[in-house]
Design a protein around this ligand. Structure first.
Ligand SMILES: [Zn+2]
Length: 54
C-alpha cells in the first residue's frame, strides 16, 4: 500500500470547503469595503448597502 490510493469516485474525506479564515470576506461591504459587524444578511452600517447572505 502506498497510503494514497483510493477507489475511483470516492471523494477525499475531511477536505475543508469554505471553512477557511476567509469566511469574514463575505462580511465585507461590496460598496464601501467596510467590514460589517455581523454575518450577512445585514446592512452595511456605513453606506447602507445590503450584504448578500450568499
Ligand atoms: Zn458599505
Amino acid at each position: 500500500m502506498t497510503g494514497d490510493e483510493r477507489p475511483a469516485g470516492v471523494p477525499r474525506p475531511a477536505e475543508p470547503e469554505g471553512g477557511d479564515p476567509a469566511c469574514w470576506v463575505r462580511r465585507v461591504c461590496p460598496a464601501c469595503g467596510r467590514l460589517a459587524d455581523a454575518d450577512p444578511p445585514v446592512r452595511c452600517t456605513t453606506c447602507g448597502e445590503q450584504l448578500p447572505a450568499d
